[in-house]
Design a protein around this ligand. Structure first.
Ligand code: 5GP
Ligand code: ZN
Length: 114
């Protein structure tokens, strides 16, 4: 998807502050953090959101769930974290490439919308 912001970040065409990468996934700091730790975890493959998934996307999306806690731990979030997937305009999704917000220390969050 040449027109997708997060595909461009994965490709390195737009800079990002990477915190994790493997063959299938990429995680980077949100450009406007809403909490002391705010990282976005995405599959490298362009999947729009949970409503636009097909069966072939299931393993990649499920893997996001298992990779999120290890990324959170690596970010020092020993007390826990919040995982958010905004889905579609009604869910507040602004970037149409599926992403999980990993939010840490939400008691100090600057936005309560999550
Ligand atoms: P959404 O509202 O789609 O769930 O979340 C999109 C997130 O992407 C927002 O929290 C926003 O701050 C973040 N974001 C938007 N543009 C960029 C960018 O160019 N770089 C990074 N790192 N984050 C971005
Ligand atoms: Zn994309």
């Amino acid at each position: 998807m040449t027109d997708c912001l997060f595909c461009k970040i994965v490709a390195g065409d737009i800079p990002s502050k990477k915190v994790f990468e493997d063959e299938d996934h990429y995680a980077f700091w949100d450009i406007a953090p809403k909490a002391p730790v705010h990282v976005l975890l995405i599959p490298k493959q362009h999947i729009v959101n949970l409503y636009q998934m097909d069966d072939s996307h299931q393993p990649l999306v499920q893997a996001m769930m298992s990779k999120a806690p290890s990324i959170a731990k690596a970010m020092g979030l020993d007390e826990g974290f919040r995982l958010v997937l905004n889905t579609g305009p009604g869910g507040g999704q602004e970037v149409d490439h599926i992403h999980a917000h990993i939010l840490g220390d939400v008691r100090k969050a600057t936005w309560s919308g999550f």
